[in-house]
Design a binder for this molecule. Structure first.
Ligand SMILES: *Cc1c(COP(=O)(O)O)cnc(C)c1O
Length: 423
């Protein structure tokens, strides 16, 4: 289905029923699958033939959602996980192990910062952070023969840095290094990382893809672009996997997705539940419509806030004076999504007064669903940090993260207007 546009793929990809089958995927709520013939089952185990045998490895409802996201991304295969965090963990462990290192933008989601900066080092994987605004030469100098991938977010959460794909892809190419992009806040509707050099794309489907704050999920898309065969950096892809009857992953069609599922998902069990896959599949039907509306609403609201005397600054790539405007025009021409951050003149108390006066927009530890929501990191997710530490983390005390929903933009503006009056 690769020739259709995103609008069509959102609705049509991933599920093609045979005569008499359900029009949308049904929830296949079963751990296991029946086989009358032990040889047929053995062939599945050996990856010689395709078939479902245990839902820790594959399940028809989950496969439908995987197929839809792979098609939207233009990728070769996708592996669904229990959450965005488990997708990141599984992707990292598919290529990296003790003694290896990874390169990661320092402007990433807090959970990713913890996973790569604190948890993976406990397993012997060193994380080398770089400033996404650094030069290619500077970033390139961090890589050595033990580096396994380079990682960054298309639109960083919550710093709103837009990724310079060409720069990171050049570093990856120079070293024959895998480039992994987290495309959660852009979605495949606004940006396809594959077209700009990413080899693996990660999604927290808990955000825009599912879209309704109903189900957690993660997705790893193997774009089918990376050549592991003969690349000395990746011995685990070029030598037999003894835990899989001597399979050499580099010889397969989609080495990364296959190794990830056959080895990591098998061993860690971080799979997506059929019910969550079903909800996420349905949510994705309207992704293209929703992303257009989120982007349009956020653009209006960013402009409104930027002109407000009580607002110190606003970050959204749609604003003409935004630092990342040129990158947004290059990589996100269809829209820049619904996330924005802004600062209120004055300190934490002013922010609290503002937050408490909102009526329509609710306070939530979630972003990127249909309803507008706000979070004040300094008094919630980052409350243990001092003002100085907040500045260092790029989260000033007056920062408010606003996830603009698909309500009427005028209603959202009226709510903001009313709350700003009380500050
Ligand atoms: C939310 C988020 C994650 C983590 O996803 P979960 O589904 O909450 O585990 C990872 N990356 C980005 C960019 C996110 O916004």
């Amino acid at each position: 289905m690769k020739d259709y546009t995103q609008d069509t793929l959102c609705v049509q990809a991933g599920w093609h029923p045979a005569t008499g089958e359900s029009r949308i995927p049904s929830i296949c709520q079963s751990t296991t699958f029946f086989y009358g013939d032990s040889r047929a089952m053995a062939d599945c185990f050996d990856l010689k033939s395709e078939g479902y045998f245990y839902s820790r490895l594959a399940n028809p409802t989950v496969a439908a959602f995987e197929g839809k996201v792979a098609a939207l991304d233009g990728g070769a295969a996708a592996v669904a996980c229990a959450s965005g965090m488990s997708a990141l963990t599984m992707a990292a462990l598919t290529v990296a192990g003790a003694g290896d290192n990874i390169l990661c933008s320092q402007s990433v989601y807090g959970g990713t910062f913890n996973l790569f900066g604190t948890t993976l080092p406990k397993l012997g994987i060193e994380c080398r952070f770089f400033d996404p605004d650094d030069s290619a030469e500077h970033i390139s100098a961090l890589a050595d023969e033990h580096t396994k991938f380079i990682f960054a977010e298309t639109i960083a959460n919550p710093s709103m840095v837009v990724l310079d794909f060409a720069k990171i892809a050049a570093v990856a190419k120079e070293h024959g290094l895998l480039f992994i992009a987290d495309n959660t806040l852009a979605t495949p509707v606004l940006c396809r990382p594959r077209e700009f050099g990413a080899d693996i794309t990660i999604y927290s489907t808990s955000k825009y893809l599912e879209g309704h704050a109903a189900a957690l999920g993660g997705m790893i898309v193997d774009e089918g672009t990376f050549t592991f065969k003969g690349n000395a950096r990746y011995p685990s892809f070029n030598t037999p996997d003894e835990s899989y009857h001597g399979l050499v992953y580099a010889d397969l069609n989609v080495p990364f997705a296959t190794k990830c599922r056959a080895q990591l998902i098998r061993d860690a069990g971080a799979i997506m539940a059929p019910m969550n896959a079903y909800l996420s599949f349905l949510g994705c039907d309207t992704l293209a419509l929703r992303m257009a509306r989120h982007s349009e609403n956020a653009k209006k609201i960013a402009a409104y806030l930027a002109a407000h005397p009580k607002v110190a600054w606003v970050k959204h790539p749609s604003l003409p004076d935004n630092k990342y405007r040129a990158l947004a025009e290059k990589y996100l021409p269809k829209g820049q999504g619904g996330m924005l951050s802004f600062g209120i003149n004055g300190g934490i108390e002013k922010c609290r007064a503002f937050m408490e006066s909102l009526e329509l927009i609710t306070q939530e530890t979630h972003v990127a669903d249909v309803r507008s929501s706000v979070l004040h990191p300094a008094s919630t997710t980052h409350r243990q940090l001092s003002e100085h530490e907040l500045e260092m983390a790029g989260v000033p005390a007056n920062l408010i993260r606003l996830s603009v929903g698909i309500e009427d933009a005028d209603d959202i503006v009226a709510d903001l207007e009313n709350a700003l009056k009380r500050v």
